[in-house]
Write a protein of this length. Structure first.
Length: 548
DNA sequence: AGTTTCATATGG
DNA sequence: CTCGCCATATGAAACT
């Protein structure tokens, strides 16, 4: 590549499919003039084919959705708004407006406009960018110039981060995640209506004609009413269920399933079954499918960085809470298969790595961390080792796990101190960061009561682990995306520590290797030559429900 | 009637 | 074992 070739291209999508582009050097300084194009997607596609630059834009979600609809994909980008959120939080300025107009206004000492509210739940296919409809009308504001200025400013601020190299990795991973989220939402998760119908028919019976409760729910309602002596009870109403029990002399604090399980009454198993089925009917039944599945694909709208810890969220569709039974409907296309990979025991492994506790790291070098932990410090009792580990990461203080926690503390003092320190920082009103530098939001109130402070301590204690786990998963995903692109496979689902690849069946072994390589690479990128391993449980299955 | 909160389920 | 973390989504119940 020629010495002055640009590696970055700043863009601003315009109206009617047009847009403007400007090539930049590595340091963010412009190389050539502003290029005005009428076919924005076409221009991006041509440039991507020529030398695959890093695309610099205000926000991936709206711009890339438009490109994807034109069949255009890119390898790399820098998402200005997501990066701004990371930088503001790193600076203790969580929650300030991060949209392009706000970024620009801060640079020019002008009043900072509020960000537009997130869009309401969109019906599938209607996700549309209105990004540039709501910009200030100031003549000085130019979206493309604002993107370029904002980038130069962000480069300088990133260089001031506490751990610069790590923070750069975080910015890259966050931006790559935004590309992947848009692609996954666009491509969708294979969803077979006939298999879904089979599950629903088996659980619920046939749907009723008027959209009312299906046969099995009607039957259960009758049986429950009979179990209460014949008076009509609506089991979907917790208040009514509590009243029905109290008429029988049974007073309950709630109708939660685990409370009911402790009650000896003929209605209990019926109510529990009703709740499970009612849930499937309302949240993942026929109505859900007609809203979210089209042409054999479920299209959720992922929100990268939507959770404070850096995990993704979704808007609508409940993609991250698909019940296991319903996953029967996720079936690979004919001649295709799924490679499902799950980063097991991710959070304790992350703790071992970030704390640098050699003894815990040794356990985390094993395939089953809890078993290794048990052999080391819990006389082989794996279950006890696991509750102790979870209790330490969540800040458990009471219950049966207390002696196990003491054993953990005695045996792994360095890891223990790492989470304790995070908790103390939170209790004292301080901020904590993930390994790559994602910073937690500040406490809501300046002065915290004792219980509030303890709750805040549990939050910051867990944040340092959960947020680091999220960035390991994101790094893995970004690396995997590069690896699967050449095999004609697609990433179709991602849920915190689990990824599903849809691949031509004959390429499955290649994808399995790619997944394992991505896992190892992600561990190395974050933690260098740490002995901690991040092994993946990998299944090759035609149906998602069959993944182990 | 429309909006907010509660209760309960699901996922990690 | 319901404890301690992060979420979304639904309908019912409680409000304005």
């Amino acid at each position: 590549m020629a010495q002055n070739a640009s590696v970055l291209v700043a863009v601003a999508a315009g109206e009617a499919g047009g847009g403007r582009l400007r090539a930049l050097r590595d340091d963010g300084s412009p190389v050539g003039p502003v290029e005005q194009v009428h076919d924005f997607a076409g221009a991006v596609a041509a440039r991507e084919l020529a030398d695959a630059p890093r695309w610099l834009w205000a926000s991936t979600t709206p711009i890339y959705a438009g490109l994807l609809r034109h069949g255009v994909r890119v390898a790399r980008c820098h998402d200005l708004e997501l990066t701004e959120a990371l930088l503001l939080a790193h600076d203790g300025r969580w929650g300030q407006p991060k949209g392009l107009p706000a970024i620009w206004a801060r640079l020019h000492d002008l009043p900072v406009p509020a960000d537009p509210p997130p869009p309401d739940t969109n019906p599938p296919g209607q996700v549309q960018a209105a990004l540039f409809d709501e910009l200030p009308t100031t003549t000085a504001f130019d979206p493309l110039e604002a993107v370029i200025e904002g980038y130069a400013n962000q480069l300088a601020r990133v260089a001031e981060a506490e751990h610069v190299g790590r923070f750069r990795l975080l910015v890259a991973a966050e931006s790559a995640g935004a590309l992947i989220a848009a692609e996954m939402g666009h491509d969708g998760l294979p969803w077979r209506a006939d298999a879904h119908d089979e599950v629903l028919a088996q659980l619920l019976g046939e749907p009723s004609a008027g959209g009312g409760p299906p046969r099995r729910l009607v039957e259960l309602t009758d049986e429950i009413s009979r179990a209460f002596g014949g008076a009509r009870v609506h089991p979907e109403s917790p208040a009514e269920v509590l009243r029905a029990f109290s008429r029988e002399g049974i007073v309950l604090p709630s109708t939660r399933a685990w409370v009911l399980r402790g009650v000896d009454h003929p209605a209990v198993p019926l109510i529990i079954e009703f709740k499970e089925l009612y849930r499937v009917w309302t949240a993942h039944g026929w109505a859900w499918r007609s809203q979210w599945v089209r042409d054999g694909r479920f299209h959720p709208e992922y929100v990268p960085g939507g959770v404070v810890s850096g995990r993704w969220a979704t808007r609508g569709g409940g993609a991250l809470q698909i019940p296991k039974v319903v996953r029967r409907a996720v079936v690979a296309d004919e001649g295709w298969t799924f490679v499902v990979a799950d980063a097991g025991q991710l959070e304790p492994r992350v703790l071992a790595a970030v704390a640098g506790d050699p003894r815990l790291a040794e356990a985390a070098g094993a395939g089953d961390l809890y078993a290794a932990l048990a052999a080391d410090a819990f006389s082989g009792d794996r279950a006890r080792a696991k509750v102790a580990m979870l209790g330490a990461m969540y800040g458990q203080t009471g219950g049966a796990a207390v002696p196990a926690l003491a054993a953990l503390r005695a045996r792994f003092p360095i890891a223990w101190e790492y989470v304790e320190r995070a908790a103390r920082t939170g209790e004292g009103g301080g901020l904590v960061r993930s390994w790559l530098g994602r910073t937690c939001p500040p406490a809501g109130d300046e002065r915290m009561s004792g219980e509030q402070a303890r709750a805040r301590g549990r939050f910051t204690r867990n944040f340092v682990i959960q947020a680091t786990a999220a960035e390991l998963a994101l790094t893995l995903l970004a690396d995997l995306r590069r690896r699967v692109a050449g095999a004609g496979a697609q990433l179709v689902f991602f849920q915190h520590d689990e990824v599903v690849v849809h691949t031509p069946a004959e390429r499955a072994e290649e994808i399995v290797d790619a997944v394992r390589a991505a896992g190892e690479q992600a561990g190395r990128l974050l933690f260098g030559e740490s002995p901690v391993r991040f092994p993946l449980d990998v299944s090759v299955v035609r149906c998602y429900a069959d993944a182990v």
